[in-house]
Each structure stands twice: as C-alpha cells, then as structure tokens.
Design a protein around this ligand. Sequence first.
Ligand code: 5GP
Length: 202
Amino acid sequence: MGATTYAKELSPIESLKRKIVEEGIVLGDQVLKVDSFLNHRVDPVLMAEIGDTFARLFAESGVVKVLTIESSGIAPALMTALRLNVPLIFARKRKSLTLQSDLYTEKAYSFTKREENEITVSKRFIKAGDRVLIVDDFLANGQAALALARIVEQAGAEVAGIGIVIEKSFQSGRQQLLEAGYRVESLARIASLEDGTIRFAD
Ligand code: 5GP
C-alpha cells in the first residue's frame, strides 16, 4: 500500500484514525503496532497532515523549536517543524562521543523496550528562553515526554506544549503531563485495546 489517497476527503484526524483501524495491529491489551505508516514504513502524506494539524494547534504558542526523541518521533516532528518554520531537534538514545559536559542528559524508561534509556541533547541546540514544542508518536505512561520536558527545563527553556500522534488514554501519561502543567494535544485517543479491538476515546 502506498501513501494515503483519501486524504483530500477526510480531515487529518479522520485519516489518521482510519489508518489506525485499517492497519494497526493490537499486541496484547497494551501495545498498538503501527509500523506500516508511522514506526517503520512511513506515510509522508499523513505525516504532512499531522504536521499541518500540530502547526495549527500551536500556531499561537510562540514555538521556536520542535523537540522529539529518535527514531519514531522524527517523522511527525519534522513535518511539524517544517510547517512552523522552526528547527527540529531529536534527542538521542545513546551517548554520543562528544564530552558529557556538552550534553543535557535525562533518564527515560522505555515502555516498549522495558529498559531505561539515557537520552541526550546537545547544549548547543536548546537555549534559555526558547519556547519548545515536544512532539512524539505515542503517549503511554508519559516517561518519554517527561524526560524531554526535563531537558527543556534544564536548558532554562520553556515547554510550549506537547503534541502526540497516538495517545493510549487508558495509561497514565496524559494525566501525568497535565498534572505537571503542560498543554497536551493528542490527535488520536485510544480508550482501549482490549480483546484485540481498537476503541477510540471520542
Ligand atoms: P511513554 O514514555 O509515554 O510511556 O511511552 C511512549 C514511548 O513509547 C513512545 O516514544 C513510543 O515510541 C513508545 N510506545 C509506547 N506505547 C506504544 C505503543 O503502543 N506502540 C508503539 N509503537 N510505541 C509505543
């Protein structure tokens, strides 16, 4: 299957939900595999629509940088950065060979890999006072987004908001991010994956 062909008739959020229903694979009650359009093969038309949607939602937020985490956040975050006309920075999951003192570092427990990652961003790329939009592919328990937010705050910068492509609303992430005071915009919200069935929250 190629890029989305029905994008013109459906709103971006409807296109995304349709893709999730048609191509998503439910693994257990907790994990949704979307490697045919987001996490391995990437649908560029859908990514452009996602970028347009986040850019519209955060148009008034004074965003000067978009921040995500490698690798699955990069496609939607890049399209968002393009539409907002600002740079994209992706946090790396392994230490690079440069000096530690040049890096902001945070620990993030990975929901899918069941291991703690160290994530790093070069101090050259986020500066005090920057308003940073965090974008990620999934929100589960909020560990990735919270680690990115801590990096923004280490830099003396501000989190302008958090844009999530697919939120699993039955996990604690949204609650945690709201309690921390962040604005969260999720394009598709999944209420349940029980019995192998995808049920949306709205
Ligand atoms: P959290 O940090 O919110 O617990 O989990 C979000 C991160 O874990 C995302 O960066 C995403 O890569 C991964 N993730 C969490 N749940 C899922 C899922 O159901 N499917 C996929 N493909 N990735 C997930």
